[in-house]
Design a protein around this ligand. Structure first.
Ligand code: NDP
Length: 327
């Protein structure tokens, strides 16, 4: 028996509880891991709270991220004792996830834990931090360098935003942080933000072209915010769009793309190919300051992930939540 969060659904009512699960109930898979840490990402928040139909079958163990040690393997690439990371691949949506003491997964989904990280640090990063790195890689790929001008990060005090600021500052960019929480200005500056702008300046409907302000942007919000970000990009600037905290829509026009040569790069972490994941994690090992990571991280127990899910969807969580599944 082991401890897990379990989401069940009766009629239209979804419920998540912490309970004991029989190891015989673990799903099919060729690698079993003993989980040390998991996280609460925005998507975990949606899954656990039931605010969006993230969970595709019931009962479901949530947890799109996990880090731990292989205990059994029928997969050539991993042996018992190997320390591994899991991010995405539909885990916690269609396949039992890692908000549990044990998980059974597919070896194709796992990557080796970089030597620089503990399992706790890997989950302090989690999908949010790995996605922030995918965004930085996309900006680099589209020629955004520190000499080109400022880089904007929206949803700055959240998980993706916090890691993105720390990474960009370390790489020499002048970072502008957009937040709805003025009280977090000192926190954002401690991560490396040079300037803070109020979320409301970007969230109202605007024109599809505006004054040229940013050479690059990482957007976690979507909707009018993403439209205004595109409108304010400098000539040949690039936007990495990864989130929808403000909405799924994109009320803009082609003007920024065809008149200013702006690139809108879509970022998906869930099904990203293995080589890109390995690159992102090795760049995180190189470019993320461990002291800043610790400063943005709050550790909680497995059971505390349930109320934390509602908090993250309500935009109340600062930085990253790491879940000690054995506490
Ligand atoms: P968090 O909840 O940690 O951060 C989101 C931040 O967005 C909040 O902290 C808040 O920042 C801001 N925000 C919240 N609600 C609103 C709103 N209504 N309007 C404007 N801003 C708002 O989530 P994550 O950082 O983990 O994830 C951010 C987004 O990225 C989510 O939509 C998530 O689904 C998405 N995501 C996508 C991935 C992908 O593969 N494409 C992977 C990971 C995440 P502040 O208070 O500073 O304004």
């Amino acid at each position: 028996m082991f401890k897990a969060l379990v989401i069940s659904k009766t009629g239209d009512v979804q419920q998540c509880i912490a309970r004991e699960v029989d190891a015989a109930e673990l799903p099919a898979g060729n690698v079993t891991i003993k989980v040390d840490f998991s996280t609460v990402n925005y998507k975990d928040g949606l899954a656990i709270s039931g605010k969006a139909p993230v969970v595709r079958k019931f009962p479901m163990v949530p947890g799109i991220d996990g880090a731990g040690t292989v205990t059994e393997s029928a997969y050539a690439g991993f042996r018992p004792g190997d320390r591994v990371i899991l991010n995405g691949w539909g885990v916690g949506e269609t396949q039992w996830g890692c908000l549990a003491q044990h998980a059974r997964l597919d070896g194709d989904w796992l990557i080796k834990l970089p030597a620089q990280f503990t399992t706790r640090q890997a989950m302090a990063i989690g999908t949010a931090g790995y996605t922030a790195m995918l965004c930085v890689l996309a900006l680099e790929q589209h020629g955004v360098t520190p000499d080109k001008g400022d880089v904007l990060v929206t949803g700055a005090a959240g998980g993706v935003g916090s890691v993105a600021i720390a990474l960009l500052a370390k790489l020499g960019f002048r970072v502008i942080a957009s937040t709805g929480r003025a009280s977090e200005a000192d926190y954002l500056k401690s991560l490396g933000a040079a300037e803070i702008i109020e979320r409301a300046t970007l969230s109202a409907p605007g024109k599809s072209l505006a004054k040229e302000r940013w050479a690059g942007a990482i957007d976690t919000v979507g909707s009018h915010t993403l439209a205004n970000v595109c409108a304010g990009m400098r000539y040949r600037g690039a936007v990495a769009a990864c989130g929808l905290a403000g909405g799924m829509d994109f009320p803009s026009s082609v003007a920024p793309f065809i008149l200013r040569g702006v690139t809108l790069a879509g970022i998906d972490s869930v099904m990203a190919p293995l080589a890109l994941r390995v690159e992102a994690w090795s760049r995180l090992a190189r470019d993320l300051d461990p002291a800043k990571l610790e400063a943005m991280t709050h550790e909680i127990s497995l059971a505390a992930a349930i109320p934390a899910a509602a908090d993250i969807v309500a935009g109340k969580v600062r930085g990253r939540l790491v879940v000690n599944v054995n506490a």
